[in-house]
Design a protein around this ligand. Structure first.
Ligand code: FMN
Length: 189
């Protein structure tokens, strides 16, 4: 029997705080991924604000390894809160900076989006704004399942483990969808 194809996905949490529910969700996804799927979290806390005066000729050095990781990945997973009905500023800045790199790392990349908020509709508005941004970057975003984790404060235990039974069924489906989309992107069909 042939070995299963291996996948390497890059994962980004849109929240910088230590006790973040979104980072908990990202880690839950990492833990439940089968052995042939590696999910590597990257951090963007050290990326400065994009400034065309400073960054048109040369992007900040910190961004180059992240661009390379995204470019080489089989897909990207973004797990983000919703701030004021939209994408958190730090995450948007990261995407803006990366998008100016000539390698265009998001172009034709398979992307999965999910998010957790303490509100009722679990980042739905942020997710639709992020999908719109991904259109400009020429990324391809998984359509289903849509994972919107509302009332996130009740979906994890004190150690940060995901406890919600429905979500426990949805996370693997999101990964399967990302694998399928990634395969389509790499086969060019
Ligand atoms: C600046 C700011 C804006 C927020 N705006 C929203 C919002 O629009 N919708 C929402 O459901 N929750 C909103 N929240 C609450 C977040 O859902 C909550 O803080 C959540 O825990 C953030 O995600 P994290 O736990 O991953 O940091 C906001 C929080 C902050 C700090």
């Amino acid at each position: 029997m042939s070995a299963k194809k291996e996948y390497h996905f890059i994962a980004i949490s849109g929240s910088l705080r230590k006790g973040s529910y979104n980072t908990m969700a990202l880690k839950a996804l990492q833990q439940m991924a089968p052995s042939h799927i590696k999910i590597e979290q990257v951090h963007f806390d050290n990326i400065p604000f994009y400034n065309a005066d400073l960054h048109t000729e040369q992007l900040p050095g910190e961004v180059v390894p992240l661009v390379k990781k995204i470019k080489e990945a089989d897909g990207v997973i973004i797990v983000s809160p919703e701030y004021n009905y939209s994408i958190p500023g730090a995450l948007k800045n990261f995407i803006d900076v990366v998008s100016r790199h000539p390698d265009k790392p998001f172009s034709e990349k398979a992307v999965a989006i999910m998010g957790a908020s303490q509100g009722q509709i679990g980042t739905a508005r942020m997710q639709y704004h992020l999908r719109q941004v991904m259109v400009f970057l020429n990324a391809y975003v998984v359509n289903k399942p849509e994972i919107m984790i509302g009332h996130a404060q009740h979906k994890f235990d004190e150690s940060g483990n995901l406890t919600d039974e429905f979500l426990l069924t949805q996370f693997p489906l999101l990964l399967e969808s990302l694998v399928r989309l990634s395969d389509k992107m790499s086969s060019g069909s």
